[in-house]
Unconditional design. Sequence first.
Length: 91
Amino acid sequence: MVDISEKRQKNLEKNEARRGRRAVRATGVAGGTVLVSLLASPAAQALQRDDGDDPGTGLSIFETLSLFVVAPILLFAVIAGLVVLAERKSA
């Protein structure tokens, strides 16, 4: 006669193995989807110029970091501060 705890342990081991296979499969599908979407995006074909294409000068490192890193963090901090102030007034 097999003890119930042994059956439970075997089922747990099977479920853990299935969960691991599912995670690997999901990661592979997500990675493949991202890869296909990146390769099919218009930016991937941006090597050929279109008629009327007139790109401006590039951004410096400082401008790039301030625009894409500092500005969003600052905006988040301002919104979070306004929410905290509103909560303090209502409490």
